[in-house]
Ligand binder design. Sequence first.
Ligand SMILES: Cc1cc2nc3c(=O)[nH]c(=O)nc-3n(C[C@H](O)[C@H](O)[C@H](O)COP(=O)(O)OP(=O)(O)OC[C@H]3O[C@@H](n4cnc5c(N)ncnc54)[C@H](O)[C@@H]3O)c2cc1C
Length: 296
Amino acid sequence: MTTAPEAAHFRFFELEVLRTRRLGHSFLRVTFGVTSPAGFRSGGFDQSLSLFLPPDGREHTVLPSTDEDTWFGAWRGMPDEERPVMRSYTVREQRRTPEGADEVDIDFVLHGDASPASRWAGRAATGRRILAIGPAVAENKSVRFQPPATADAIWMYADETALPAAAAILERLPSGTAVRAWFEVPHEDDRLALSTPARADITWIVRGAAIGPERTERVLSALRSAEPGAAEAPYVWLAGEAGTVRATRRHFVQERSVDRRSVRFTGYWRLGASEEQLLAEAYAGQSPSEEPTSEL
Ligand SMILES: Cc1cc2nc3c(=O)[nH]c(=O)nc-3n(C[C@H](O)[C@H](O)[C@H](O)COP(=O)(O)OP(=O)(O)OC[C@H]3O[C@@H](n4cnc5c(N)ncnc54)[C@H](O)[C@@H]3O)c2cc1C
């Protein structure tokens, strides 16, 4: 049997803002219609995609090329003031409407107007069109949550940027799955209502103004002060700020003796670095994280 070429797993889609809804202090849900082409196929769980958001003053995203072989050079070659920013986000949910249209929810963390994606989301208006490199097949490498069949428990840590992914994972787990989760959010009312058929024990860590090492310490102390529950072969999924994620990985591998091959960890952002900087490091082979923060 021949394997489909990797490139066929992802393609450019045009998304149009249909509506927005505030979910909590820090979260804004933007619901997009997939206007073209047909065939957006989220694999669920922590499915991510790359969004291209227009620069200030432009209503819609325009790229000189969306051809698989030439888009990257063409995008990089655009003048700075015209080049859309590329950012990684999570498909919180994909739905098919009764009319047969595809809708996609993306939950943006609003972390200030100085950052392009956060600023764009805060001003997102119905009818705005953006481009995305998204999944064209449900089984694709941007679904990172891949517990082995032998896992007897799921342990999770997510900060607010990874809460959409964690929420989507929880919804899809088989009924009765033993889950121990720690979710870290900036504000009390970011503790979103989550639904799951799993047997999930969730601890919320509300960090307030803590940043950097103070924040990481607070997370570690929450992890240390709770027993995750009896498990012989836990699968651990960690995502959020890169420094904190690395510290939580060390905790599970060194302090709780989890097999490092059973730990899936991803830096979703890094304190003090924009996604351009992280991508530049990844292309230069300098990324300290397990993988680049974006797919292409
Ligand atoms: C696979 C994957 C899935 C992701 N899914 C989501 C998602 O569903 N929702 C979501 O909101 N984010 C998600 N992220 C994180 C998001 O891509 C980053 O937060 C991104 O940096 C936001 O872009 P920006 O233009 O707002 O900020 P940037 O221009 O990239 O960064 C500017 C500054 O803001 C800081 N910064 C970035 N993000 C935050 C934050 N959340 N809080 C405080 N400071 C920040 C950076 O350290 C930098 O100093 C995901 C990332 C990955 C890799």
